[in-house]
Design a protein around this ligand. Structure first.
Ligand code: FES
Length: 193
């Protein structure tokens, strides 16, 4: 590699297997894409991109940092990320959408991940999911109207012996019933107040 040349390794992301994209000039600042107002979110993204752009395989650390700071990766900042790394918008979008961990819409204050895999299904997760959707007022992949809860499906949490199971803000809960779910939701909501 030419001295002073930064590389973005997409191979490990699965989005562009086996390929490496060379950035011809080290990036020290990121411009606002033409015609786009510089919102606080875009300014944060530009700062994060500039901070990581010279690191090898910068895209994933950048996406993690953006999501950690903003809670999601706003779609209108994808162009700035692409420009900062000398990638195409499609390449960045491909990586964001490849990993379920990355989100392009704001998430609720509490994230509920409800298992939909076989063992949980056999133990009533379908009925439980219907109850949870009704209780939160949103569908899977959605957020409650008050923005407090995001409901996501997951496919096995390794708690099959105690199905059905879920994570709430990363904390596992098992042997769920609609009644037990309501109780847990009550604790979680109360603890956050
Ligand atoms: S199938 Fe739900 S925890 Fe394994």
């Amino acid at each position: 590699m030419i001295k002073g040349q930064a590389r973005v390794d997409l191979a490990s992301t699965g989005a562009a297997r086996g390929s490496q994209v060379a950035v011809s000039e080290p990036v020290t600042s990121v411009n606002t894409p033409p015609g786009q107002p510089c919102t606080p979110a875009l300014a944060a993204v530009q700062r994060i991109v500039a901070a990581h752009a010279q690191q090898a395989g910068a895209l994933l650390p950048i996406l993690h940092a953006i999501q950690a700071e903003l809670g999601h990766i706003p779609p209108d900042t994808v162009q700035a990320i692409a420009d900062g790394l000398n990638l195409s918008r499609a390449e960045v979008h491909g990586v964001i959408t490849f990993y379920p961990h990355f989100h392009q819409t704001p998430r609720g204050r509490h994230v509920i991940e409800l298992c939909q895999a076989e063992s949980c299904q056999a133990m009533g997760s379908e009925k439980l999911t219907q109850h949870v959707r009704k209780k939160l007022g949103c569908d899977l992949h959605g957020s409650s109207p008050d923005g407090n809860y995001t409901l996501e499906p997951v496919y096995c949490l390794g708690l099959c012996a105690q199905s059905p199971a879920m994570l709430v803000n990363g904390v596992p809960y098992a042997r769920l019933t609609p009644k037990r779910f309501d109780k847990i939701l009550g604790y979680v909501t109360e603890a956050a107040e």
